[in-house]
Design a protein around this ligand. Structure first.
Ligand SMILES: CC(C)(COP(=O)(O)OP(=O)(O)OC[C@H]1O[C@@H](n2cnc3c(N)ncnc32)[C@H](O)[C@@H]1OP(=O)(O)O)[C@@H](O)C(=O)NCCC(=O)NCCS
Length: 153
């Protein structure tokens, strides 16, 4: 699937924050604006993170955030796709595929041995097999989480 004319994928800049915030809300998250802006600026500058945006003119219509670091048991680097979302009005046009391709080539270029991502099974993209269609395989792993921002029970 090729991208429609006029849409490009590039690395994100701190000035993209407000557009990306609107996309984060579509993912179902509503972080406070101050914390979001600071975290976004830190992430786009972080040496072990890479944020890609799909833009049409000045509008950001999708973003993907990836992190990568050395992993001892692999004897090399591993990458993780932390977030991927395309504006709900612009889905099924190839934008998600273009963001995923940009991130996977970036990880390959860094010599990463693996790209992981976790997603909710209830998401439409999981049910549609979006990741499997793009070369990912589901593995037998459990995602464990400890929330540190809630009081201990
Ligand atoms: C998952 C997501 C990023 C895909 O982006 P996208 O731009 O719609 O993806 P593409 O257009 O590149 O490809 C979508 C595939 O689903 C198909 N599709 C058809 N209708 C679709 C629809 N309404 N929405 C999404 N995909 C659709 C496309 O035809 C394509 O399949 P194909 O490659 O076999 O033709 C996007 O749907 C999204 O943001 N979903 C909500 C958030 C989410 O689930 N994020 C991932 C988990 S964190």
């Amino acid at each position: 699937m090729s991208l429609p004319a006029g849409i490009n994928v590039r690395r994100a800049r701190p000035g993209d924050a407000s557009h990306v915030y609107a996309l984060v809300e579509q993912l179902g998250y509503h972080p406070d604006h101050r914390g979001f802006d600071e975290t976004f600026a830190q992430t786009v500058r972080h040496p072990e993170a890479a944020v890609f945006v799909a833009v049409e003119g000045l509008r950001v219509i999708g973003y993907l955030s990836m992190s990568q670091r050395p992993q001892i048991r692999l004897g090399g680097r591993a990458a993780n796709i932390d977030e991927l979302v395309v504006d709900e009005r612009r889905r099924a046009e190839g934008v998600g595929t273009a963001l995923l391709d940009a991130a996977v080539s970036y990880a390959r270029g860094l010599g990463c041995k693996r790209v992981d991502l976790s997603t909710a099974r209830s998401r439409q993209s999981y049910e549609r097999g979006f990741y499997v269609a793009h070369g990912f395989a589901e593995v037998d792993s459990a995602l464990m989480r400890m929330e540190l921002t809630r009081p201990k029970p």
